[in-house]
Design a protein around this ligand. Structure first.
Ligand SMILES: Cc1cc2nc3c(=O)[nH]c(=O)nc-3n(C[C@H](O)[C@H](O)[C@H](O)COP(=O)(O)OP(=O)(O)OC[C@H]3O[C@@H](n4cnc5c(N)ncnc54)[C@H](O)[C@@H]3O)c2cc1C
Length: 480
């Protein structure tokens, strides 16, 4: 049931899910489907978390995080959502790189990458094949200590151009750096290389609407505008949450809020063992993002340019360059009207760049506005180089910064992809520390992005289901 602002959730619940990002929604959907009494509480005025969009009065619509995900999302949506949602996932046709080292196009499959490595970068076919074989052999549980930088150095010593070709898209995708574990890169890159890059035909708004319908069909109670202030713990066990000053009893809680907010704000460090507190203090939030949303006037068009263009001016590639506030690199996502065949849509282009929160926090409002304008100017100038004449067709340009992300998601430091790699271990250990407490949401490089978050939500729903089943027949300390 969809609860309105004035409605009081009728607890106690089996599970309260805090936050409706793809991790939270997928966990809620699975638990609802399994017959549990589930309440999904979202602080914002719509579902989706970072899987979101915004509209402007003249009908322009912009997607925030619909740039591309691996083919695995089709299976995930079919299993944990429904066939209608899965069937709307389509492959994008063309990805382009434009930088001082190379300008090329690819369909982002392993075959095409191997061809380009050989034909354009002069690499022997054996070395290219060896690299992809090494990625395939990587196993998450082996946990080798090799970093991404070392992996590249083993296969392509001194080849900054090849590193750029292989890493730039993944760095844009989830903020990975050369210092991150190679295993994390290997899994994400192999996932993409499996069958190319996909998006949701119809846009984020349609996908979230279909997911909402499915949640309600599975009996999940949903309440928007409902920020959870506390997860309530008694005798080392979850007993409910406090939202809007009211207490709602539940046997288990799945938090889709950022992992660090979950531990340090919603629960409070005093409820955890000293060892776990120490582990959690070492978890780093992931980096953040800036975006510029550009909309074309009604009736104006641009030719098909490809769907994603990784564009940068830096002569050499470094992950630092992608974070630089001077915006040395940005990714352009092109949205053509065919993307939303069910509604009238003008052409839209969204530029994304990685960003550090500290470069944007604590600025005077004058400097902040100037920096935002710089983002917009830079995006328009770079886009003009790609599509000459586009500037006079654009009648809307607006920028978002790490502060925007922080405001809309409550994620510390506006983190775009949850935490760095070490977050996954802390997230998985929550239920060993406090009975009935689970976290589902972007953690590490693997469990992030649309696919990672949704899959992690499903994994955690199984753990919650097992916990609840073991509790059956036992009397519970829930608050009604
Ligand atoms: C600019 C940008 C571009 C991206 N592009 C891509 C892409 O192309 N492909 C891709 O796969 N991924 C992309 N991502 C990443 C992807 O969007 C995220 O990894 C994923 O959507 C995160 O899902 P999540 O489950 O972690 O929850 P989130 O989306 O982080 O949502 C968490 C939710 O919890 C709510 N919440 C927090 N605290 C509380 C509270 N106390 N009470 C109630 N509710 C609360 C928030 O309001 C939010 O709705 C992008 C991200 C960004 C920022």
């Amino acid at each position: 049931m969809l609860l309105f602002k004035k409605d009081r959730p009728q607890g106690p619940y089996d599970v309260v899910v805090i936050g409706s990002g793809l991790g939270g929604m997928t966990a809620a959907n699975m638990l609802g489907r399994q017959g549990h009494k589930v309440l999904l509480l979202e602080a914002h005025n719509k579902l989706g978390g970072l899987a979101t969009w915004f509209r402007r009065p003249d009908g322009k619509i912009f997607d925030i995080s619909l740039h591309g995900f691996p083919a695995g999302m089709i299976k995930t949506c079919r299993r944990y959502w429904n066939a209608d949602i899965a069937n709307r996932i389509v492959r994008i046709k063309k990805v382009r790189f434009k930088n001082p080292q190379f300008d090329l196009e690819t369909d982002f499959t392993e075959e095409d990458y191997k061809r380009i490595l050989h034909e354009k970068f002069g690499l022997s076919s054996q070395v290219a094949q060896g690299f992809f074989d090494a990625l395939r052999e990587m196993n998450f549980y082996d946990r080798p200590e090799t970093t991404i930088g070392e992996l590249f150095n083993n296969f392509f010593p001194g080849r900054n151009d090849i590193v750029r070709f292989l890493l730039e898209p993944i760095t844009y995708a989830n903020g990975s750096t050369l210092e991150d574990p190679a295993i994390a890169y290997g899994i994400v890159f192999s996932n993409f290389m499996n069958k190319g890059v996909y998006i949701f035909q119809g846009g984020t708004d349609l996908m979230i609407e279909l997911m909402k319908t499915e949640l309600l069909k599975n009996g999940v109670d949903i309440k928007l505008h409902s920020e959870v202030e506390k997860i309530l713990i008694e005798n080392g066990k979850v007993v409910g949450v406090q939202a809007g000053g009211e207490t709602i009893g539940s046997r288990a809680v799945v938090s889709n809020a950022h992992l660090l907010s979950t531990i340090f704000k919603l629960v409070g460090p005093e409820h955890f063992s000293p060892d776990f507190q120490k582990t959690s203090e070492q978890v780093r939030p992931n980096t953040s993002s800036c975006q510029v949303y550009m909309g074309l006037k009604q009736g104006e068009s641009i030719p098909y340019m490809g769907d994603l263009i990784f564009c940068s001016k830096a002569r050499q590639f470094s992950t630092e360059m992608l974070l630089n506030p001077a915006i040395e690199g940005q990714t352009f996502s092109f949205y053509y009207p065919e993307m939303r065949p069910h509604r009238e849509q003008t052409y839209a282009v969204v530029s994304s760049s990685n960003a550090r929160y500290e470069d944007w926090a604590n600025l005077s409002s004058e400097i902040y506005q100037k920096r935002k304008q710089h983002l917009i100017d830079r995006a328009l100038a770079d886009l003009e180089e790609l599509v000459p004449g586009v500037g006079r067709k654009i009648d809307f340009a607006e920028a978002a910064t790490p502060l925007t992300l922080e405001r809309f998601t409550r994620h510390p430091m506006g983190a775009s992809f949850g935490t760095k790699f070490e977050g996954l271990e802390a997230s998985k250990k929550l239920s060993e520390e406090i009975a009935g407490l689970y976290h589902a949401g972007s953690v590490g490089i693997i469990m992030s992005g649309w696919l990672g978050a949704a899959n992690y939500g499903a994994i955690q729903s199984h753990a919650v289901n097992t916990y609840l089943s073991l509790q059956e027949g036992v009397s519970h300390d829930t608050i009604s």
